[in-house]
Design a protein around this ligand. Sequence first.
Ligand SMILES: [Zn+2]
Length: 219
Amino acid sequence: MTFYEISSDNRKKGEWAYGIIIGDYPKVMIDCSVCGRNWRKEKLLDKNSDITVALVNDNFADFADVIYHKLIKSEALELLQNNEIKGISAGHINIMLHDELSLDALQTLKKKGCKINLISDSVPQYYRLFANVGISLHERSEIELLDFCDACGYKKFITPNLSYLDPSAPIYFARETWNGDDLFMTEELGASLFCSEKFVQVYKENNLTGLKFSKIEFL
Ligand SMILES: [Zn+2]
């Protein structure tokens, strides 16, 4: 059994359509009376958050990025489901077309550096792609839980001897903790998505687009 980390396929960087958020970024400020922290909780990967995007570029991969969140085309979703890929769940996304955006909204996007003339006017059906925690890290992984609060859910993971999480630090999966999902996340590694060999096989056999895979070590 081999596991892979999923990243975006940048071979066509600048060409694949990607989503930009219209309106407020999904987040909530937490003011915890137990730990005294005041922190910003990201809700981009929260199934209960509601997001609206516009897609930039007209070249639609099966998987498209909205910052660190992924969208999946409806045909690709159906294909994965028909192949009994486990662990995927899909959520609704509002997609606005260029014509539907007000001048104000377009101006705001332009000020943020968005290429507004490349916003699509005809888009395929996409869904938000979600996965659950499906494996634990092996204790030999170079990662440490620095601080947490059970009351508000605050957690900070770091690379030992650093004040942040170094994405290049060695990570190992504890194979026996895998729950069998073909698409999954970890508790520790934020938005990172991982998948099974079966997922990669179905992806390749069907010439899906938008993702890249790199092998993960396990112990
Ligand atoms: Zn707290």
